[in-house]
Design a protein around this ligand. Sequence first.
Ligand code: 13P
Ligand code: ZN
Length: 273
Amino acid sequence: MKVLEASFVQGFIRMCDDGFNQNWHERNGGNLSYRVREEEIESVKEELAWDNPWQPIGTSVPGLAGEYFLVTGSGKYFRNVILDPAANICIVEVDRAGENYRICWGLVNGGRPTSELPSHLMNHEVKKQASGGRHRVIYHAHPANIIALTFVLPLEDKVFTRELWEMATECPVVFPDGVGVVGWMVPGGRDIAAATSRLMKKYDVAIWAHHGCFCSGEDFDLTFGLMHTVEKSAEILVKVLSIRPDKLQTISPQNFRDLAVDFHVTLPEEFLS
Ligand code: 13P
Ligand code: ZN
């Protein structure tokens, strides 16, 4: 099969376009990666090449040795992915040591995978282990309301989790573990990747102060839906804070506990006290 005919590639392209249409991907902002299943790689082998040079990942991900990833290209625009996928995305293979990658398909006009590859791969490594292999998608976007909140709320996991949960009843059901927050750091490197992947051991959502958000999930629908839910909640909070600084009423800790029982989720008490 041709790479572009494969359903995982079609799903990836659709997600890029959906994200652009949400206004989360100005210019080359944001990046997406998918850990490809063995049978999926097998199905597109006719179009893969293994003669490109190995390049350093910039960090070490031994837990991903030999895995393949579909990723967006660095400096490439999400709005162009649907028009010319082969020029804007690529499939990379990770070597046996988990130290290097090589491009096996895509970026036909040149380029390299996203500058956030260290964060994507370190998050994949953590989530692969934490989810027993179920999580396959790591998504980085620049949603305006999430970013806006990082200027006015304390950069604490508990504050962000409670405020976002309170903005919509479905939120604690969609992200029951809460959200983590990384203070401002230089993007694109190993340090921010390590800080983010530490949070990803506990959460499926990591917010980068004054920059954007990372989400992890099992498939494109769940991961896009997670980003969408967190950003919608942030939008409501921005509206609430704009109308008046203090809430007249909200969802109480006991309301959350009652919700957790009926919806069969566990909400950590650390966020309810
Ligand atoms: P890339 O174009 O390298 O993917 O970078 C975009 C971005 O959002 C960096 O955080
Ligand atoms: Zn970014």
